[in-house]
Ligand binder design. Structure first.
Ligand code: PLP
Length: 445
């Protein structure tokens, strides 16, 4: 927007293009420039832009009723959406508490976990352990769980130090070891943390199945979550999967944790759940947990004014239906294989690419000064920001995943286009990325 603007934007001294409309994997600004949405906004617009059945569902529900308060009414839309989610989730994750953002979803699962133990008289179990290099949201409870150094930094005195263990970051193993001879030291560290803190003080352990915004699609090795779940069960600690980014088909399976075949006790969803057509998110609990609360106080002590509003529920339901009708999870898997092969080819060409990783259409690229030593670039060089800017000038959107690695160094981006992307559009994405990385590489020499 030119001229004076009253909107507070991420960077107060920067001019942002004004969006005009979106179609498929493209966004257009008011000057008519097209942008290939290579990261689905913030890994959210999973079905692309301007999808007619979703717009129709939005209009149909708006004609009936947009808002009702959850303490007064349930709605057909909310009931149908919860049933649809329960049909996608693994195990007995059947109960859905609707909220409006990923941060609210992770805070709500945290509260449900604590309340689950309280209802059984175990009132000291109120910490939620997490990993460093993680992101669970920006509100204070969610930030307490987040091991994202840059985002925590300014608020440290107000935060609980819930991050307690190292991430499963094989590219730069925190234990200087290699899988499988490491014996999953990173997962075993959870047991040490439990011994140190005491299982009587721990309600749950939370993890993103694949680390997104704070590392760039950092994917744990095989059996990692099986070991985590074993440890949680041994010490009576609930396991929470934060599927806000990895859920709803993004990784080529309904949920990221499905790649490990583990059933969590609680799950947080957001982003792709509504594919950005409306703010919508969810805290999902297993039947066992809800049974305990139903037999006790009978009410989960949380809620937001807009929770479970029929308008957002109808929109989110139509998004999930569209994914099913068009087999878009399989599409994410297939296009993900093509994208990953393309990124690996770029790695052969560009020395500044240290690692490419991820699953399905959640791919990460980490950049390094020296591929042999893995020495990162100095943060003062702003490599990630420069690359994102360069790609945007050329009409490609990609997402920053740096700043969470150790707060000092580490440049990474996420490439995560909508599932509807075609083979040709993946090639176009790779072409612009290739050019952008090539130009940055020359600038850095
Ligand atoms: N959890 C994860 C894994 C996320 O990636 C995010 C956002 O990036 C959140 C939680 C917070 O979601 P929101 O930005 O909708 O509050």
């Amino acid at each position: 927007m030119r001229g004076h603007s009253h909107v507070i934007k991420p960077l107060l001294d920067k001019e942002y293009p004004t969006v005009s409309h979106g179609r498929g994997v493209y966004l257009y600004d008011i000057e008519g420039k097209a942008y290939l949405d290579g990261c689905s906004g913030a890994v959210t617009a999973n079905i692309g832009h301007g999808v007619q059945p979703v717009i129709d569902a939005m209009n149909e529900q708006a004609k009936k009723v947009c808002f009702t308060y959850r303490s007064q009414f349930t709605s057909e839309a909310a009931e149908a959406l919860a049933a649809k989610l329960a049909s996608w989730t693994p195990g007995d994750l059947d109960y859905v508490f609707f909220v409006n953002s990923g941060s609210e979803a992770t805070e709500t699962v945290m509260k449900i976990a604590i309340q689950y133990w309280q209802e059984q008289g175990r009132t000291t179990k109120n910490k939620v352990l997490s990993r460093w290099m993680s992101y669970h949201g920006i509100t204070m409870g969610a930030l307490s769980m987040s091991g994202h150094i840059l985002r925590r930094k300014r608020f440290i005195p107000l935060l609980e130090e819930f991050p307690s263990i190292e991430p499963p970051y094989c590219y730069r193993c925190p234990f200087n070891s290699t899988y499988p001879s490491c014996g999953l030291l990173c997962a075993n560290q959870l047991e040490q943390a439990i011994h140190r803190i005491g299982a009587d003080h721990i309600a749950a352990f939370i993890a993103e199945p694949i680390i997104g915004a704070s590392g760039g699609a950092v994917t744990p090795p095989p059996y990692y979550y099986q070991r985590i779940k074993e440890i949680c069960e041994r010490y009576n600690i609930l396991f929470i999967a934060d599927e806000v980014m990895t859920g709803n088909g993004r990784t080529g399976k309904p949920f990221g944790i499905d790649h490990w075949g583990v059933v969590p006790d609680l799950m947080a969803l957001g982003k792709g759940m509504s594919a950005g057509y409306t703010p919508m998110a969810a805290a999902i609990a297993s039947r066992r947990i809800i049974d305990i609360i139903a037999a006790g106080s009978k009410s989960i002590m949380s809620g937001h004014t807009f929770s479970a509003n029929p308008q957002s529920a109808a929109v989110s339901l139509s998004v999930m239906q569209y994914i099913e009708d068009n087999q878009l999870i399989t599409r994410a898997e297939e296009r993900g294989i093509q994208l990953m092969a393309g990124l690996q080819a770029l790695m052969q060409k560009h020395d500044i690419i240290g690692d490419v990783r991820g699953k399905g259409l959640l791919c990460g690229i980490e950049f390094v000064k020296n591929r042999t030593t893995k020495e990162p670039f100095s943060l003062n060089l702003h490599v990630t920001e420069r690359l994102i800017e360069k790609a945007m000038q050329k009409g490609l959107l990609i997402y920053s995943a740096s700043g969470g690695i150790d707060g000092q160094a580490g440049d990474a981006v996420l490439v995560a286009p909508p599932f509807v992307i075609s083979e040709e559009e993946v090639n176009e994405l790779l072409f612009i990325l290739d050019q952008s990385i090539g130009e940055i590489e020359v600038e850095l020499k």
